[in-house]
Write a protein that binds this ligand. Structure first.
Ligand code: GTP
Ligand code: MG
Length: 321
């Protein structure tokens, strides 16, 4: 069987065919030649989905809750895509298989599609990679995309920042759980979910978050921002789904958020592409070694050498005038 070309994959993906979709995602993630053209072809078919980021500490129940939410949204007539960004450290490597197993029941239903992404090795960068995948899911007809990431690390935070809405999971009995998440994640939370609310200590977590919210904006946002769920029984999930849906509706007129995201994305793509071209150039012409030699014998300096590299890319010179 011949390998399908980009055009075939794009066509089949637009028809919502899962096999083609999976292959397309893999090729785009691997940055196989032609990936940009494929993304350009898909782009006019995007813009119909909303992205919900679900984050929280390891083991907080992100996968279990994502699974539940996806089932809930599918039951309400949505076509849901899930992107699970797997931590790839050797300590949590086991989560990968666990995630797949737990998510399998929804994977079997027609209207939910799950894709795992490795934390490392995404050639386009983790954040851009997640964005590309969510765009492909969008073009394939998924109107809701749930992105699960661990709420630690800059890459993960960048990913959730790119979502339309962010739900941060906290769990009872973690002592410093809320504290640990504070840096970076708290500020981008649209709502908080106390998962494992079936366990003792849920009220304490509620009080912690509520106190923090009161400090941040002085108001009483807690009642509309904090939710409780038990992802095992599904308790609280419909209420959370209602709140998320309502907020997505409210978001529709926040177009400046989108513009800002797009500005960031264009810059990121351009920067990455420039770096790529620069690296490609030096890897083939031995210029860097020559430069190092000259600098060592004081015939040149790192500043001039860097300027010379950039000059070759034909980028406009910046003047101080
Ligand atoms: N009691 C209780 N256990 C839960 C709940 N949600 C998840 N769990 C359990 O907590 C463990 C971790 O759940 P996951 O859904 O894998 O958590 P996660 O945040 O995706 O984990 P990582 O992706 O590894 O960071 C599993 O054993 C779940 O069965 C809940 O609401 N209540
Ligand atoms: Mg998980």
């Amino acid at each position: 069987v011949p390998r399908p070309d980009w055009e075939q994959l794009v066509e089949a993906t637009l028809l919502g065919q899962h096999r083609a979709l999976a292959r397309l995602v893999t090729r785009v993630e691997n940055r196989e030649p032609g990936w940009q053209e494929a993304m350009k072809r898909l782009y006019p078919h995007t813009g119909n989905s909303r992205v919900i980021g679900i984050t929280g500490s390891p083991g907080a129940g992100k996968s279990s809750l994502t699974n539940r939410l996806a089932a809930e949204f599918a039951a309400r007539g949505h076509k849901v895509g899930i992107i699970a960004v797997d931590p790839s450290s050797p300590f949590s490597g086991g989560a990968l298989l666990g995630d797949r197993l737990r998510m399998r029941d929804v994977a079997l239903t027609e209207n939910v599609y799950i894709r795992s992404m490795a934390t490392r090795g995404s050639l386009g960068g983790l954040c851009q990679g997640a964005r590309d995948v969510s765009r492909i899911l969008d073009a394939a007809g998924h109107d809701l995309v749930l992105v699960e990431t661990v709420g630690v690390g800059q890459d993960e935070i960048e990913i959730v920042k790119a979502a339309d809405l962010v739900a941060v999971l906290c769990v009872p009995g973690q002592g410093d759980g809320v504290q640990a998440l504070k840096a970076g994640v708290m500020e981008i939370a649209d709502l908080f979910v106390i998962n494992k609310a079936d366990r003792a200590g849920a009220d304490d977590v509620w009080n912690d978050i509520s106190a923090m919210l009161a400090l941040a904006d002085g108001g009483d946002a807690a009642d509309t921002m904090i939710f409780r769920t038990d992802a095992l029984s599904g308790k609280g999930v419909p209420d959370l789904a209602n709140a998320l849906q309502q907020r997505l509706v409210d978001l529709l007129d926040k177009s400046e958020h989108r513009s800002m995201q797009l500005r960031n994305e264009i810059m990121l793509i351009a920067e990455r592409e420039l770096t790529h071209r620069l690296r490609q150039r030096i890897s083939t012409n031995g210029q860097l070694d020559q430069a190092v030699e000259q600098i060592t014998s004081r015939l040149s300096d790192p500043y001039s050498a860097a300027e010379a590299l950039i000059a070759q890319l034909g980028i406009m010179e910046i003047t101080d005038e």
